[in-house]
Design a protein around this ligand. Structure first.
Ligand code: NAP
Length: 308
């Protein structure tokens, strides 16, 4: 494939930025890729593993002359980082971000974007519980959705270019507005993470009583919760603080449903439980049919005959 952006700058060099770098190299869609991360340690690791063509000592240095700048830092610092790099963003360049929350990021970043720079937020719906510069891999975005959120009056050609770029990284793309995005993500990602954190926290309290039986007998269901609950604490703190309204709305609904199931269990209402679980099973089937997950038992992790 031919080059889409001659110069790309990645600010923040963790899971998402490093996966973008390897995917860009695989696709051949970027000329030179520069990078910057806050700590000297991350910058040193990046240089050691060849992450970025040039690792810079400041965010400004990395962004100088860039055609595309992607903010890959936690949601809570997007505004401050934009204020820092704004003076060197070149006219006609595209500034983008990959934050998991959109309304709060748009509000924090927009005031600092210079005239003539296209600010087009995105959110790749792909990730793992790993973080840091060594956690990325080129296939992370393959066949996964990246949401593109052009603001009103955004230049269509700039938006199309960014869409083509993400498609070249392996992603499927869709456009959405920020409020809708934040509500959808509260349902599909943010609230499930909060529930996983809670479940693992409850089990941890219990394990003190039962002398680590929780770890010893941790079967598939709980193990999946622990994987999600191992996600980066800074990133997830920022997600909940920035997507407060939508997360609280979905948590309210979740609590109501939980009470209804609790009542069904207490009353021995098997019909209610069976109907509910039948409905949820169909949702899993829908996800598999859409090609967004595997139908192998235990997500294909366990060798045949050795499943927990
Ligand atoms: P990560 O692996 O924890 O990496 C974050 C990077 O940001 C690190 O390199 C960190 O530098 C750097 N950083 C933090 N504060 C900074 C600052 N003030 N200036 C410059 N660099 C700074 O995080 P990630 O998982 O890639 O997530 C990055 C963004 O993508 C977040 O906004 C997140 O919401 C979003 N996102 C994450 C996922 C996911 O599943 N992980 C999925 C989609 C979108 P140091 O290493 O020096 O601390």
């Amino acid at each position: 494939m031919s080059v889409i952006y001659e110069r790309v700058a990645l600010i923040g060099l963790g899971l998402i930025a490093s996966s973008m770098f390897w995917a860009m190299k695989r696709a051949g869609v970027a000329g030179e890729v520069t990078g910057y991360a806050r700590s000297a340690e991350t910058r040193r690791t990046a240089r050691e593993i060849g992450l970025c063509d040039r690792v810079c000592e400041s965010a400004r240095e990395a962004c100088e002359g860039a055609d595309l700048v992607v903010l890959c830092v936690p949601v809570g610092v997007m505004g401050a980082v934009t204020a820092e790099i704004a003076p060197v963003l070149k006219p006609g360049a595209t500034l983008s971000d990959v934050g998991s929350v959109k309304r709060a990021v748009i509000e924090a970043v927009s005031p600092h974007v210079p005239d003539g720079v296209h600010f087009i937020p995105t959110h790749p719906l792909a990730g793992t519980e790993q973080s840091g510069p060594t956690s990325g891999f080129a296939e992370l975005f393959d066949n996964r959705w990246t949401i593109i959120l052009p603001r009103e009056d955004e230049d269509e050609a700039a938006t199309r270019r960014l869409e083509t770029f993400w498609q070249a990284l392996g992603a499927l793309t869709e456009r959405m507005d920020a409020d809708h995005h934040d509500l959808v993500l509260a349902v599909t990602s943010h609230t499930p993470h909060l529930i996983a954190y809670t479940m693992v926290g409850v089990a941890d309290d219990l394990s003190r009583v039962t002398d680590s039986e929780v770890i010893k007998y941790s079967a598939a269901g709980f193990r999946d919760f622990t994987r999600i609950a191992a996600s980066d604490p800074t990133m997830w703190r920022d997600v909940f603080l920035s997507n407060k309204d939508a997360t609280l709305e979905i948590l309210g609904r979740f609590t109501e449903e939980l009470f209804a199931l609790q009542r069904a269990i207490r009353k021995g209402d098997g019909d209610h439980l069976h109907a509910y679980f039948t409905r949820t099973r169909a949702i899993r089937r829908g996800i598999i049919e859409a090609g967004q997950d595997t139908d192998a038992p235990d997500f294909g992790r366990a060798p045949k005959g050795k499943r927990a």
